[in-house]
Design a protein around this ligand. Structure first.
Ligand SMILES: Cc1cc2nc3c(=O)[nH]c(=O)nc-3n(C[C@H](O)[C@H](O)[C@H](O)COP(=O)(O)OP(=O)(O)OC[C@H]3O[C@@H](n4cnc5c(N)ncnc54)[C@H](O)[C@@H]3O)c2cc1C
Length: 384
């Protein structure tokens, strides 16, 4: 892990303006803006951004790391693909506006290279007309894991690009901030977002509802502005230990391996083991190429533990054991937004991007940040 001792933290919280232009279906946002503010402002004029699962993740940090939207990603690709320009203060103190014509190499690098090239103070991106949305969560008790995950495979096998689906093994603490039905027990949470009518959506997810009676079922027609309720991510800071990987496929043997490693019968302390279905437009090349190049994985696995600072030694082997169990189905690389402190070492970052993209990023880094001023991150050291 990279130590931030002696570093300067630049807080952009107050550069959080959001301006929507309905005529061009675009948004200009400040470097510290958060997703729910954009989602709400866009909804007022019938538009939807490629937002993530959490309402208070930063728009710019998310987008520079690729940005995988669990509602619109499979239909429209990565959020980084929809960026039109960024204003960035580079390490030489210059404020530059970069796009596909002005400093195209930097524009390529910053969309995927994240915080390595400077501070993005403002960014403009395109949005889509607000789609009809049939979404929510299905929560199942531990004894239904087998049939529900078999149904998950079935739904994925027939999923149109408008359907995004994921599941998570949740082991949430018996604490007042956790909804009562989730407290202190194992729960299987299936998340659904379908960009279409309720009638079509009902048909698509019918195998899940038929597999077992959910404890709670919130899947219904919903306003796009309420998307944060689909994953119901925590919104307060947590001391989390996390790691993820891509999966090429999710056959029955992989599901069995995951259940054996982290399912209800195990004593794992992990609070969440999540599998998101990717593919669709996320797997297609963008019109303006960027450093987001790992596009062929079908699934993304993400594993998280929460505990006091210093619990690294206890959690590290637990997290690793789940990744090891899934190794036969793992794909190379990682989603940059899900690259965590465990992977911030040079080998981890290089492996996440792959050598070609990494080397190109390193050459661009050398041009703009020869002294590696921006290095408390998933660092791309400047090429010599
Ligand atoms: C609950 C939760 C749900 C998530 N869901 C998704 C999801 O659905 N899809 C997805 O793709 N990701 C998701 N993520 C990952 C998320 O996109 C990354 O954690 C991202 O880094 C968050 O950015 P931030 O600005 O909120 O965080 P920060 O900690 O503020 O920023 C993280 C890093 O991003 C860079 N950065 C941020 N802002 C700027 C800027 N203005 N200029 C230059 N660099 C900047 C910096 O290197 C900074 O250290 C989720 C994260 C959480 C915590």
């Amino acid at each position: 892990m990279v130590s931030a001792d002696g570093a300067v933290l630049i807080n952009l919280r107050r550069i959080n303006d959001v301006s929507i232009d309905a005529g061009t279906s675009s948004a200009v946002v400040g470097g510290g803006s958060q997703w729910q503010d954009v989602v709400d402002a866009a909804a007022e004029v019938g538009l939807a951004p490629l937002a993530g699962s959490s309402p208070n993740v930063g728009v710019v940090g998310y987008t520079l790391g690729g940005g995988v939207s669990p509602t619109l990603g499979r239909a429209h690709g990565f959020a980084a693909d929809w960026v039109q320009w960024v204003e960035i203060v580079t390490p030489d103190g210059q404020l530059r506006r970069v796009d596909r014509d002005n400093e195209p190499e930097l524009f390529w690098a910053v969309r995927g290279g994240k915080g390595n090239f400077g501070v993005v103070t403002r960014m403009r991106f395109q949005m889509v007309p607000t789609p009809p949305l049939f979404g929510g969560g299905l929560y199942f008790a531990a004894e239904h894991v087998g049939p529900v995950l078999a149904a998950f495979q079935d739904v994925v096998a027939h999923a149109p690009d408008g359907l995004s689906i994921s599941f998570a093994f949740l082991r949430l603490p018996d604490a007042p901030f956790v909804p009562e039905f989730l407290r202190g027990r194992f729960t299987l949470h299936v998340r659904v977002a379908y960009l279409g009518s309720a009638a079509e959506g009902e048909k698509l997810i019918a195998p899940l509802r038929a597999a077992a009676p959910p404890m709670v079922d919130t899947v219904a027609e919903m306003p796009f502005a309420a998307i944060a309720g689909i994953h119901a991510d925590p919104v307060d800071p947590l001391p989390a230990y996390e790691r993820g990987t891509f999966l090429r496929e999710l056959p029955t043997a992989a599901i069995e391996a995951l259940v054996n490693a982290a399912g209800p019968e195990t004593g794992t302390p992990l609070v969440m083991v999540e599998v998101r279905h990717l593919g669709g437009a996320l797997a297609r090349p963008p019109s303006t190429p960027s450093a987001v190049l790992r596009r062929d994985a079908s699934f993304q696995l993400f594993v998280a533990a929460v505990g006091d600072p210093g619990m690294d030694e206890a959690f590290r082997p637990e997290i690793q054991s789940v990744l090891d169990a899934m190794r036969p189905w793992s794909a190379e690389g990682s989603q940059i937004n899900f690259l965590t402190a465990y992977d911030t070492n040079p080998e981890g970052v290089r492996a996440a991007y792959g050598p070609d993209v990494f080397d190109r990023l390193a050459r661009i880094k050398h041009r703009y940040d020869q002294g590696n001023m921006f290095r408390i991150n998933h660092n791309i050291a400047p090429a010599n």
